[in-house]
Design a protein around this ligand. Structure first.
Ligand SMILES: Cc1ncc(COP(=O)(O)O)c(C=O)c1O
Length: 326
């Protein structure tokens, strides 16, 4: 695929403002430099490559995914080059901008209802699976259970962070949605140096923190705070708890405030889940006990320009069903 050459190798930049503020070395890995403007290009590319090489779908066939967020956009962008059609099952609250972008990239869209979670009849996940099962030459990439999602970050993001920090990375903080990013990054970095701290970030009432501590789902039926891209009500197959040290939780309001403060301080617009990572850093700075020798990377999966309304204007609120987007 031509686009392969442009995916990854995104910049890692030392942030002087945050480094001074927290008296350590803080770097930002900016995934908005990918062709589809998010980290999801990596997972999409690896899942599509696996599908084509494994003859799971052939040109003329249909790639199917359940996504109201960046994964759908990345798949739609790339499947064109493969000569495949794309069908994305989106939740009814998927924003008009994202639907328009999906259609612009040639995807057809099915609207579903995720109000009762991702494993019920009308959900995006269920409908995508059913469509792929019942249609010839259709393949469900299934980001929540596809090992290529983790592999993408194990093969690309992890090595980039190791090399770009000249092997000095001591901490990385990553928002957790499907878990693919943190699992692939964590697996690679732990293999290089097991002392590197792999820290996940999720919204309040999401299930990963309790799972990491107790090995079980602590609750059911709770609605987690709505921070686009991160937080889950179930543990996907693409979350590898073995390579994660800690999960911090942040709330939606504090995250929004953090995005606005960061803009005021640095004149930069950051994405929703990026702001969550920054909020988690601020909230846990004492516990982290960072020294001037440390090199902490904040993983920023996309750019603030995808959240102008939600984060920066505050004029539009969507209902709480938008929470499980990836
Ligand atoms: C903006 C954003 N942040 C974070 C994530 C979480 O990444 P992962 O699914 O690899 O855990 C996603 C996933 O789609 C995302 O779109």
């Amino acid at each position: 695929m031509l686009i392969e050459k442009k995916i990854g190798n995104t910049p890692l930049t030392r942030c002087p403002f945050l480094s001074d503020k927290f008296r350590t070395n803080i770097y930002i890995k900016d995934e908005s430099f990918n062709p589809g403007k998010s980290s999801k290009d990596r997972a999409a590319y690896f899942m599509l490559e696996d599908a084509i090489k494994g003859n799971k779908v052939s040109p003329g066939g249909t790639i199917v995914e359940a996504s109201s967020g960046n994964t759908g956009i990345s798949i739609a962008l790339m499947a064109r080059e493969l000569g495949c059609r794309v069908k994305i099952f989106v939740s009814k609250t998927c924003s008009a901008e994202k639907r328009a972008l999906l259609e612009e990239y040639g995807a057809s869209i099915e609207i579903c209802d995720n109000s009762f979670g991702l494993h019920v009849f009308n959900s995006t996940q269920y409908q995508a699976q059913a469509y792929a099962a019942n249609n010839e030459n259709a393949y469900f990439t299934n980001q929540y259970y596809n090992s290529a999602n983790i592999k993408a970050h194990y093969r690309t993001t992890g090595p980039e962070l190791w090399e770009q920090t000249n092997q000095r990375i001591s901490h990385v903080m990553v928002g957790v949605g499907t878990g693919g990013s943190i699992s692939g990054i964590g697996r690679y970095l732990k293999e290089q140096n097991s002392a590197i701290r792999i820290i996940g970030v999720e919204p309040i009432n999401s299930v990963y923190q309790a799972y990491l501590v107790d090995g079980a789902l602590a609750h059911s039926g709770l609605v987690h705070d709505a921070i686009e891209g991160i937080g889950r009500t179930f543990i996907p197959g693409t979350f590898d708890a073995q390579v994660v040290d800690t999960i911090y939780q942040v709330d939606e309001e504090r995250t929004k405030q953090c995005a606005q403060d960061h803009r005021a301080d640095t004149n930069r617009l950051i994405g929703f889940s990026s702001a969550a990572v920054l909020a988690a850093l601020e909230q846990n700075i004492d516990e982290l006990k960072l020294s001037s020798e440390d090199h902490l990377v904040l993983y920023f999966p996309d750019h603030g320009d995808r959240y102008l309304q939600k984060l920066y204007n505050q004029t539009e609120r969507e209902d709480s069903e938008t929470f499980e987007t990836s």
